[in-house]
Design a protein around this ligand. Structure first.
Ligand SMILES: C[S@@+](CC[C@H](N)C(=O)[O-])C[C@H]1O[C@@H](n2cnc3c(N)ncnc32)[C@H](O)[C@@H]1O
Length: 353
């Protein structure tokens, strides 16, 4: 089977780069991302850097899209497949490519990538038109957003771009585009969590519902509350898995771990579909003992959202469910029945997915 890396390679701006050269450039990009944000704002990409980003960060970031989509109700997924899609800070087209691979391009009304960097836009154009020639008439790659007008419902995506913009700028962009749905896939850091806390409060005022990961947008986030009380904490998800062999090799040479990717993925919408589909979400893995799995969960109760520990006995779980419990990620929802309230903050429960 053709890997995503193999599909991308012929359409890179610098397709002749060797594996070692790509890995060398990746190491220098990594340094840019660990320096100050002002450096990021001013960053101008070269064709080799853009190609290295598209060879490695595109296929790894891409994975987070389907992981997150699978957590959404099927009715919402059906609506997303017919939307106009705007990917803000699209880079090499990462989340437009992920969107088309997941939903197909037939039903989408338009697919728009916006980026301020000229070379990133050329890379996105080369990849999208190369990979999806049949969608040519729907695809636009632009850096000027002022003329975009639409009557269609919209999905607005921020993929690692909230991180590069201020929260106020992102609020202005949302106001300008007036989307029905918003997807954020951002780095899983405490700084981004603080920005998302601010975004979430503002989106609640704009009458958006949260479909993932919060069980409710109407109540204060219990993790943000902890932070405001001086504790160090942040809510984030972790993608765990193995990539295509070419991408794995690049990661090994450049010494960048993408098998474990912390990220902050949030999905908001204005929709008739019931958002509070689940009263509870996995929040953080605590411990696996001989007898149980312990997870911290975010629970919607009569007094709002709270954090407590669910002790899930292994005895009631099939071998397959035990295996699944080892792989589940933060934000997943499930049904549960309380077996015993061991204390206010610790319940023994049985669960089903
Ligand atoms: C880290 S890259 C993310 C690319 C892609 N979304 C991904 O997740 O793989 C961030 C992108 O945002 C773009 N960007 C940053 N500030 C922007 C702005 N004010 N307007 C448009 N694009 C911007 C950068 O040029 C860069 O291509």
């Amino acid at each position: 089977m053709t890997t995503l890396f193999q599909r991308i390679k012929p359409f890179l701006l610098a397709p002749e780069m060797s594996e070692r050269r790509i890995a060398g450039v990746l190491e220098s990009i990594k340094e840019t991302y660990t320096t100050k944000r002002t450096t990021l704002e001013e960053k101008k990409w070269s064709d080799k850097e853009v190609s290295a980003y598209a060879s490695f960060y595109l296929p790894t970031n891409y994975q987070k899209f389907s992981t997150l989509m699978k957590q959404l109700p099927l009715e919402i997924q059906a609506q997303l497949s017919t939307c106009e899609v705007i990917d803000f800070g699209t880079g090499p087209g990462t989340y437009l490519i992920a969107y088309i691979d997941y939903f197909g391009s037939k039903k989408a009304s338009k697919l728009i990538g916006i980026d301020k960097d000229r070379l990133m836009l050329s890379q996105a154009e080369s990849l999208l038109l190369g990979l999806f020639p049949e969608a040519k008439n729907k695809i636009s790659l632009i850096n000027d957003t002022s003329f975009i007008k639409s009557e269609d419902s919209r999905l607005l995506i921020f993929g690692n771009s909230l991180n590069e913009l201020s929260v106020d700028k992102v609020k202005d962009i949302i106001t300008h585009f007036d989307p029905q749905y918003i997807l954020f896939i951002e780095p899983g850091t405490p700084t981004v969590f603080d920005s998302m806390t601010d975004m979430r409060k503002w989106l609640a005022q704009q009458e958006f519902a949260c479909f993932y990961p919060c069980p409710s947008i109407k109540h204060e986030c219990p993790v943000a509350k902890r932070v405001s009380e001086g504790q160090e904490d942040w809510c984030h998800q972790v993608w765990r898995g193995v990539h295509d062999e070419e991408v794995e090799r690049l990661g090994q040479i450049a010494k960048i771990d993408r098998r474990t990717m912390p990220f902050i993925g949030h999905f908001y919408g204005k929709s008739e579909v019931q958002s509070e589909v689940s009263q509870v979400r996995f929040m953080r893995f605590i411990n696996e003992s001989k007898h149980s799995f312990d997870w911290e969960v975010c629970l919607l109760g009569s007094e709002g959202l709270s954090l407590l520990i669910f002790e899930i006995p292994k005895r009631g779980l099939s071998k397959a469910d035990q295996k699944y419990m080892k792989k589940i990620s933060v934000g997943e929802n499930f049904s549960y029945e309380v077996m015993k309230k061991l204390s206010d903050k610790r319940w023994r429960v049985s669960i089903s997915f």
